[in-house]
Design a protein around this ligand. Structure first.
Ligand code: SAM
Length: 380
């Protein structure tokens, strides 16, 4: 799956780098300690309540220098815990027999003592295969559930903008499943929302934890959607989509079902995706989108990979402000942006002048939304 994203001139490389990768014999102890901390944080903050298995395995990795050195084979800027555990899941899903396998069905409890020895044994037996996966693949998790968070942002924009049609450009689109937002059925805390092209079998449930998100939307006004993706995932290729399924967590069976349903929809009507680095495509899209269409760039959990972290959103904002010398641009971005709680930012750029608001707090997978009706936090 290709090499790391090329840095643009003047763009800083992501700060989070795994130097262990470069020279195994010059392992830097502080890097190993940092990586151990990354796995512990992943276990305690991201897996808590969602994946007891991944929490237990992540703590096991954090305790083992050997497993940390293996995890350090991930490419700079890639989240090592997601890749290592996704790689193991991927191998097990291919039918490899090992005592670790039953725990990946999502039903068996794995205790910490057992985890250390099982994980070490699995990684010893399959080390070369794991290394190949984590050093070449990237976290491309494509989560259609995030459309339940994006839809109110689209509705809000539609309310604010004049009657011209709206073009959504999903940057870091993976398989492009979020471009199919008008094909899903939504359930906002029991309130069902269908659009003219909604598939009744693909239901995205989202709990409204606060505020009143706008949900009234005219999908027909959204035209010529397109994705931009460094490594587009071909939705008609089951080998390629299998990697996306492997990136879901074993206990998240409902998420896996939704993903499979969305992939089935997408394979019948594949979304349009421009292959290549966003850095190369953004200016072209700005130039070729007619002025009688509003242009909206969506960055759903992709800024940290495209523009690095920390500070990636600032670099994106500077890029879009620059491009807005040619025409007005809108941005909808979702991510952590240095905060514990994920958030959605809506921004507008015109002639180099920008304005941005945090409009919502939300779940990583779109399971809940807190709409900040009166955004108190301009910018981030
Ligand atoms: C974590 S995934 C998010 C996918 C999708 N937006 C979603 O929310 O479900 C981030 C995606 O950004 C892509 N990506 C990383 N660097 C990129 C770049 N320089 N240009 C375009 N896409 C990039 C990755 O390949 C990956 O598919």
């Amino acid at each position: 799956m290709g090499g790391p994203a090329r840095p643009e001139p003047g763009r800083r490389r992501p700060a989070h780098r795994h130097r262990l990768h470069d020279h195994r014999r010059s392992v830097v102890v502080t890097d190993r300690a940092q990586l151990a901390e990354t796995f512990r944080r992943f276990a305690d903050q991201q897996c808590a309540g969602l994946s007891p298995l991944y929490a237990t395995l992540s703590h096991a990795v954090a305790r083992s220098n050997d497993l940390l050195d293996l995890a350090a084979r991930t490419r700079p800027g890639q989240p090592a815990p997601n890749l290592l555990l996704g790689g193991i899941h991927h191998i097990l899903r291919r039918g490899v027999q090992h005592p670790l396998a039953p725990y990946f069905t999502g039903h068996e409890h794995l205790d910490a003592d057992h985890a250390d020895s099982l994980l070490a044994d699995f990684c010893r037996r399959h080390r070369a295969r794991i290394e190949r996966i984590i050093s070449t693949r990237s976290v491309q998790t494509n989560e259609p559930g995030r459309c339940a968070v994006l839809l109110p942002a689209f509705a809000a924009l539609q309310q604010q903008l004049d009657e011209r049609s709206i073009r959504i450009v999903d940057v870091g689109a993976s398989a492009g499943l979020n471009l199919l937002w008008n094909r899903y059925t939504y359930d906002y805390g029991g309130q069902r929302l269908t659009l003219p092209d909604s598939d009744p079998a693909t239901v995205l449930a989202c709990d409204i934890r606060g505020g009143t998100p706008p949900l009234s939307i005219d999908a027909a006004r959204f035209v010529r959607p397109v994705g931009i993706e460094l490594h587009p995932v071909d939705v008609t290729d089951t080998e390629a989509t299998e990697w996306l399924v492997s990136l879901t967590w074993p206990e998240q069976t409902a998420r896996m079902r939704t993903l499979n349903a969305a992939l089935a929809l997408a394979s019948r009507t594949p979304p349009t995706i421009l292959a290549g680095p966003a850095e190369e495509h953004l200016a072209d899209v700005v130039a070729e989108t007619p002025i009688d269409q509003h242009l909206v760039f969506v960055f759903s959990w992709s800024i940290y990979q495209i523009f690095g972290s920390p500070g990636g959103r600032d670099r994106l904002a500077a890029t879009l402000a620059d491009l807005s010398q040619q025409r007005p641009i809108h941005e909808i971005s979702i991510g952590h942006f240095g905060h514990d709680t994920p958030r959605m930012i809506m921004a507008s750029y015109d002639a180099g002048i920008s304005r941005s608001d945090v409009v919502a707090h939300c779940d990583v997978y779109g399971n809940w939304l807190d709409w900040l009706t009166d955004p108190a936090h301009p910018g981030i």
